[in-house]
Design a protein around this ligand. Structure first.
Ligand code: FAD
Ligand code: NAP
Length: 339
């Protein structure tokens, strides 16, 4: 038996909001065997199992009556190489940004726009993480997950994952699939994605006209460090709301009433609105009540100034949702996973 169980363990160090709640049982999984042992333990004790990675996309609203397992498996390997295309597999517990830097050091491009996203490799497919015009679906080559219902391993292809905007089959079937390792198709020949305005601008400020993938990673990391609060300093879970995708008719109506509204047309004719603009226009930027607040620079980010509870953060989020619906007839959906 190698799984080390802690009873009534604080989850404060394991969620980026820094919310102070406890898990009935807590353990770290360093191998597939640990994962299987955790599944057995949860069944024997009749306790639900909650798998976490870096805890950067969670809102914990109360003590968690579960066995919480933090994925701490490590390992990165090349599994295929065919001309410029190289497939790399990483274990679920690998830290995402360290993995991105490792791929860049190997001269592989594809993940540079996803630099500095907190969390683990195993959680990345959950919401098809995305930033600066790239989502993991764009470089996805497969993953292996454990079916918690049957205990069997299953390999997922791109089609199987049903990836959408901050969405996947793993989110749709929450609690069923435990992701063990993920594969990425990367390229020795960089095909850089620079269409997000601030990226080109930052590179040109640095005098770089012919960027490498590492230049792009550094530029994006510097933009992110300026705009986003560091969870180690100020608790947060990144964007708290997804950007809502609305009908073209509603977007046009909003544009008439609020000429500043920011929208991006989608392939299906609908329009993705910048939720941050709506929240800021409604006056929430910098709002604070007790220790729960809206970040002063980035209105999509809710923050914990110290001792906010998960319920206080949730109540603030719900007030913002109600206000945005009333002002703009737009429903904001929360992005973090609520427990
Ligand atoms: P956790 O928060 O630990 O878990 C998230 C969910 O995944 C939970 O439901 C959990 O049960 C489940 N899960 C975790 N690991 C596994 C596994 N191995 N198998 C099955 N289920 C699992 N997100 C973006 O998409 N783009 C961004 O640019 C971005 N920027 C961020 C910036 C900041 C400052 C912060 C705090 C967050 C940001 N996020 C962003 C959100 C977050 O970093 C990502 O969603 C990340 O992938 C979460 O990883 P995690 O390991 O912390 O997951
Ligand atoms: P930003 O550049 O201020 O832009 C605001 C929003 O407009 C973004 O959310 C983005 O949507 C959208 N947008 C901007 N340029 C676009 C373009 N050329 N085409 C289509 N949509 C465009 O955003 P930001 O807050 O600083 O974040 C920068 C990137 O990092 C974004 O991609 C964002 O999603 C990502 N990010 C995500 C989180 C998270 O927790 N999920 C946290 C921080 C940053 P999209 O979000 O759909 O890209």
């Amino acid at each position: 038996m190698s799984l080390q169980l802690q009873v009534n363990a604080s989850l404060k160090p394991f969620n980026s909001f820094g919310v102070d709640v406890r898990a009935s049982l807590f353990a770290e999984a360093h191998s597939d065997d640990d994962v299987r042992e955790a599944l057995q333990c949860s069944a024997q004790r009749n306790l639900p199992l909650l798998v976490i990675g870096g805890g950067s996309n969670l809102l914990l609203t109360a003590d968690v009556p579960a066995l919480v397992v933090r994925m701490a498996t490590r390992g990165i390997r090349q599994v295929e190489a065919d001309g410029e295309r190289v497939v790399i597999e990483a274990e679920a517990g690998e830290v995402w940004h360290s993995f991105v830097l490792w791929t860049l050091e190997q001269g592989l491009s594809g993940l540079e726009n996803l630099s500095l996203i907190p969390g683990t490799v195993g959680a990345a497919p959950m919401q098809n993480i995305g930033a600066y015009g790239v989502e993991i679906k764009d470089v996805f080559a497969g993953l292996t997950a454990l079916d918690r219902q049957t205990g069997e391993l299953r390999d997922f292809t791109l089609e199987d994952c049903n990836f959408g905007y901050r969405d996947s089959v793993f989110k749709q079937q929450a609690g069923r699939w435990l992701i063990l390792r993920v594969r990425f198709a990367l390229s020795r020949a960089p095909r850089l994605r620079l269409e997000y305005g601030p990226v080109r601008q930052r590179l040109s400020e640095q005098g770089i006209d012919q960027p490498t993938a590492t230049d792009v990673s550094r530029a994006i990391s510097s933009i992110r460090s300026e705009k986003l609060p560091d969870p180690a300093v100020l608790g947060n879970a990144g964007s708290f709301f997804k950007n809502p995708v609305v009908s073209a008719a509603l977007a046009a109506e909003l544009k008439l009433a609020h000429p500043g509204v920011i929208g991006y047309p989608q392939a299906d004719g609908r329009v993705k609105l910048a939720a941050g603009w709506l929240i800021e226009a409604a006056g929430w930027k910098g709002f604070r009540e007790n220790d729960a607040g809206v970040h002063r620079l980035q209105s999509l980010v809710l923050v914990n100034y110290g001792s906010a509870t998960g319920l206080q953060l949730l109540a603030l989020a719900q007030r913002i949702q109600a206000d945005i619906e009333q002002r703009f007839a737009v429903q904001l959906e929360m992005e973090p996973n609520l427990y």
